[in-house]
Design a protein around this ligand. Structure first.
Ligand code: HEM
Length: 491
């Protein structure tokens, strides 16, 4: 290693470890991002570590993340191979690289079409179902985001259940906490009969491929018949010649956008419930704002400029509990030198969201859920004008540079009408036991997968008043009657 160090440069600091395996025994399987933050507190906002022969660099500063991943995006925009995934899925990374421009155009078109107003339309169904069955909230939140993305990607809301199942399976496959072979890459060299991971990954991969190809074939036949609705699929068929992608590539690209769009946004919805159980005063503040702006109607995306308090709550949700706290790593395609430190080609660079959202110079008292930090000029994170800020766009929890999340515009609308709709229609609070005592909820009991979410909670959800309860039912019934909303088998 020393021999490769270019003259005049140094290695980054980092926790000392054993040759080859590094410091692997010290990395907890659960919430490892907290340990990586603790090391950045000790070794500085950029540090390195070798793990099983791979070079990792952790970033705990928004400025350094921007210096590297945005300003030097030509070097820092590859994705590391996910060790546990089947080979042909990894080959898919090449397709993604070539087709990113196409995906970008597709998502931009979706934004200009206001996502066919689906976040608003589907929120009518979501709110009606949530009021009917609050304890199914996790399922219903996934169903809401699932129906929206299923319609946008494949032209039909009714594939949401399969998209969701495949998303959960993929999340398990790529999460370090769920698969040892994602931490110890050498495990993938074991033959199939010795490796339970490989066997279950092969089965998962085959199911996913079958689903993607089936969606594609179905959409293609609808497209040929002239019945395919405006969707990412229809845009793909229209631009197929130019994109140069073949059928399988097209199926994968759109399938993957589908999988990216469900569990992420649903996680932020779940944190809203937790945050409001712990800080009911913010529910009241959002309700006051919504009453003034929307009165008797559900909030719509176009209300956004008049709803800074709601946007502050939403932004604080994804700061306080980032959806992908350990981040999604980038990989360097050539050697680089930053501030005199040498970062070799092939380094995996992690902009640790848990650490970056806890930079005390930007977010004083970072563990406290405090939307006020986005509304009050005395906080360093405050930005004006309040008709535009706070905005979740380009926030650190959506990543950086060329690989930044492509779903931000959609997420913005989904959270505004979905969370705004909940605040407009319902009161959420901690459940009480038979003696009227509040049942506590845990502020920290989150899952450890790459997309993190609060564990299932007990809480009370009731209509704010009879009128709003009736309005939610009426809106949904009307949307069904006019076929604005397509019914599904479960409701
Ligand atoms: C709260 C919700 C979401 C969060 C927090 C989130 C976060 C992220 C993050 C951290 C990345 C990696 C960025 C990087 O490597 O620098 C990413 C990538 C991506 N996201 Fe999202 N995401 C969300 C929702 C969505 C939705 C709804 C969609 C699709 C409609 C989507 C589509 C994508 C795609 C396609 C990529 C891959 C970009 C690439 O590798 O080139 N995301 N997202």
């Amino acid at each position: 290693r020393r021999a490769r160090l270019p003259k005049g440069t140094r290695w980054l600091p980092g926790p000392p470890g054993l040759p080859f395996i590094g410091r692997v025994w010290d990395i907890p399987r659960q919430h490892s991002y907290k340990k990586f933050k603790a090391w950045s507190d000790q070794y500085g906002p950029i540090y390195q570590m070798n793990i099983f022969g791979e070079h990792h660099v952790w970033l705990a500063s928004d400025k350094i993340a921007k210096d590297l991943l945005v300003t030097r995006s030509g070097v820092y925009s590859d994705r590391p191979m996910i060790k546990n995934l089947e080979d042909n899925v990894n080959t898919f990374a090449d397709v993604w690289r070539r087709q990113r421009r196409f995906v970008h155009q597709t998502m931009a078109k979706s934004t200009s079409m206001k996502h066919l107003n689906l976040p608003y339309i589907e929120a009518k169904k979501y709110l009606a179902e949530l009021m009917d069955s609050p304890s199914d909230y996790q399922y219903l939140m996934e169903k809401y985001t699932g129906r929206v993305i299923s319609r946008l990607a494949f032209g039909d809301v009714r594939h949401y259940a399969e998209v969701t199942t495949n998303s959960h399976a993929l999340l398990g496959a790529i999460s370090p906490a769920a698969n040892l072979s994602n931490i110890i890459p050498q495990l993938r060299l074991l033959p199939m009969w010795l490796s339970p991971w490989k066997k279950s990954e092969r089965a998962r991969h085959d199911r996913e491929r079958e689903f993607f190809v089936r969606m594609y074939t179905l959409a293609k036949s609808d497209y040929d018949n002239g019945t395919l609705k405006e969707s990412y699929m229809s845009q793909f068929f229209e631009g197929k010649e130019k994109s140069g992608a073949d059928d399988i590539e097209g199926a994968y690209i759109i399938g993957m956008i589908g999988l990216a769009g469900i569990l992420t946004t649903a996680s932020a919805f779940m944190t809203y419930i937790l945050a409001i159980c712990l800080h009911p005063e913010w529910q009241e503040k959002v309700q006051k704002e919504l009453d003034e702006v929307c009165g008797d109607r559900m909030p719509e995306p176009s209300d956004s400029p008049k709803l800074p308090v709601l946007r502050a709550v939403i932004k604080e949700i994804i700061r306080w509990r980032p959806v992908t706290p350990s981040s999604i790593p980038h990989e360097t395609v050539e050697d680089d030198i930053y501030d005199g430190y040498f970062i070799p080609k092939g380094s995996q660079v992690h902009p640790n969201q848990w650490a970056i959202t806890r930079e005390t110079s930007v977010y004083p008292d970072p563990e406290t859920f405090n939307p006020q930090r986005w509304l009050d000029p005395s906080f360093p994170s405050y930005q004006e004008p309040l008709t535009q800020y706070p905005s979740i766009k380009n926030f650190t929890t959506f990543g950086y540079g060329r690989r930044i999340c492509m779903g931000m515009d959609l997420v913005e609308d989904e959270l505004l009408v979905g969370i705004g709709g909940m605040a407009w229609a319902c009161n959420i609070r901690k459940k009480r036991d038979e003696n009227g005592r509040e049942i506590p909820v845990s502020a920290t009991d989150y899952s450890s997968l790459l997309i993190s979410r609060p564990k299932q909670m007990d809480f009370d959800l009731t209509p704010r008043d009879t009128k709003r309860g009736q309005l939610v039912k009426f809106n949904y019934a009307k949307a069904l009657e006019t076929a604005e909303i397509i019914r599904d088998s479960s409701y």
